[in-house]
Design a protein around this ligand. Structure first.
Ligand code: URP
Ligand code: ZN
Ligand code: ZN
Length: 458
């Protein structure tokens, strides 16, 4: 049924104005005042509400075999959680291990998502080895609508690749016009530091951060930027967590390296003292790169405000309490990851925009528009314009609430942001014109999500 959203205030990355939006056939067909619409149109009164373009999470893990277990969400649970939180498209990391071929992995990840996802989605294709078959397989995957690769400089012997493989991946990416995203930590240093801490009997989660210090991430970021510089490829640092790594990225951008930067929700709001909490509380806050010393947070917020940090993702990666306890004898066995797909928009709005650290346009830009532009979804996604998909978030700025595992939709028994207040939430969320969420509850069509095909653009 066609939809008319009346009386709302539209806010995009570069504009703010009052107008009505008419949606027919999944896309926005008119924006303006006193629109003429057919009699069978459903009307939503958005008076007092902000209307944002559907938010895009550029970094999530849903199906994920990792560290002797599997992340807890299904595409059904994660996508409903995403939608309740205002995210209408996510980009999932397709992460086969070094033992699997790229094409096999890609087919498996696609089969998990297809028909089971309530929001739109696409994938970053991880390159976890580069052998004789890799180039032709990656070419097939790109031809199927994927325009971003993912490499891990960390996770030795599992997802991690060496410098030679990094070089080959970047040369191919440059040839194909594909962007390379990267987890930037020095794998060798991490494994040496882990071994030496364990040998000293330092086994608890509080030793996770010292095993992957800021300098180890800065080295990875520098190596990634240096490889981009010398191959001409375009890159995107995922989950940049600290000032030294940010300084490296800014310097690389300034000398013309084609480099984008993402930071993720936990690093803006949580710090390493969370992983130092006693009992299982500490385990819940282990991710990589680790939660850092609090002084890094102002560098991240300032970098975000200035646009040095292009996007904010989540690195959503849910392992429950019993899975986290796999690491009770050694922090190196704690499955890495903190979920956040449902909280990203509301917490960024509250602690970024409402707190005065970023303006409202940068909020929309970092949480939606930049991801659409960088990954080839724009202007279909990431904005409110005639012809764009009708992915809309009608946001209630008067809502007040508290984040809690008791009310979350992601499939987990804890929430890393438990107890944080929020000042606003989506009141209605649409995916290509279909109402999927009303007032904090999923009310829509479970398998509505489509894989969005993306062309090479670099
Ligand atoms: O701790 C994290 N980040 N877990 C997911 C895997 C990754 O490195 O992105
Ligand atoms: Zn990572
Ligand atoms: Zn990740």
């Amino acid at each position: 049924m066609p939809l008319l959203i009346k009386n709302g205030e539209i806010v995009t990355a570069d504009s703010r104005y009052y107008a009505d939006i008419y949606v027919a056939d999944q896309t926005i067909s008119q924006i303006g005042k006193d629109l003429e619409v057919p009699p069978d149109t459903e009307i939503i009164d958005a008076a007092g509400k902000l209307i944002f373009p559907g938010f895009i999470d550029p970094h999530v893990h849903i199906y994920l075999p990792f560290m002797a277990t599997f992340a807890k969400d299904t595409h059904a649970t994660a996508s409903k959680a995403a939608l309740v939180g205002g995210t209408t498209t996510f980009i999932e990391m397709c992460c086969p291990s070094r033992l699997d071929d790229a094409l096999e992995g890609y087919a498996l990840w696609k089969s998990k998502a297809e028909g089971n996802t309530a929001c739109d989605y696409t994938f970053h294709m991880s390159v976890t080895k580069f052998d004789d078959k890799t180039e032709s397989q990656l070419r097939e995957i790109v031809a199927d609508g994927i325009n971003s690769f993912k490499i891990f400089l960390a996770y030795k012997n599992f997802f991690g690749i060496d410098d030679g493989e990094t070089y080959e991946t970047m040369k191919l990416a440059k040839k194909l016009g594909v962007i390379v995203t990267a987890h930037c930590e020095n794998a060798e240093l991490v494994s040496r530091l882990q071994a030496s801490l364990l040998a000293e009997g330092k086994t608890g989660p509080e030793w996770h951060e010292p095993s992957r210090p800021e300098s180890v991430e800065a080295e990875g970021t520098n190596r990634f930027a240096t490889f981009l510089e010398n191959t001409g490829a375009t890159g995107y640092v995922v989950h940049l967590s600290c000032q030294p790594a940010l300084d490296i990225a800014i310097a690389a951008k300034a000398r013309g390296v084609k480099l984008f930067v993402e930071s993720v929700l936990p690093h803006f709001l949580l710090d390493k003292t969370y992983a130092e909490r006693p009992g299982v509380e500490g385990f819940k806050h282990v991710m990589s790169p680790p939660l850092r010393d609090k002084r890094n947070q102002s560098a991240l917020w300032n970098g975000l405000s200035a646009g040095f940090i292009d996007t904010v993702g989540t690195d959503h990666c849910p392992f429950d309490t019993s899975q986290k306890e796999l690491g009770k004898d050694a922090f190196t066995q704690i499955p890495n990851g903190i979920p956040g797909i449902e909280e990203r928009v509301n917490l960024l709005y509250t602690y970024g925009y409402k707190a005065g650290l970023i303006d409202i346009h940068r909020f929309v830009d970092a949480a939606s528009t930049q991801a659409a532009k960088i990954f080839g979804l724009f202007p279909r996604k990431g904005t409110i314009a005639v012809g764009s998909d009708a992915d809309l978030v009608i946001y209630d700025p008067k809502y007040r609430g508290v984040v809690s595992a008791k009310t979350q939709h992601t499939n987990n028994d804890y929430n890393g942001f438990e107890g944080m207040s929020i000042e606003g939430r989506p009141s209605v969320v649409t995916v290509r014109g279909k109402i999927q969420v009303k007032d904090g509850e999923f009310v829509g069509e479970e398998g509505r999500g489509q894989m969005i095909k993306r062309e090479p653009i670099y």
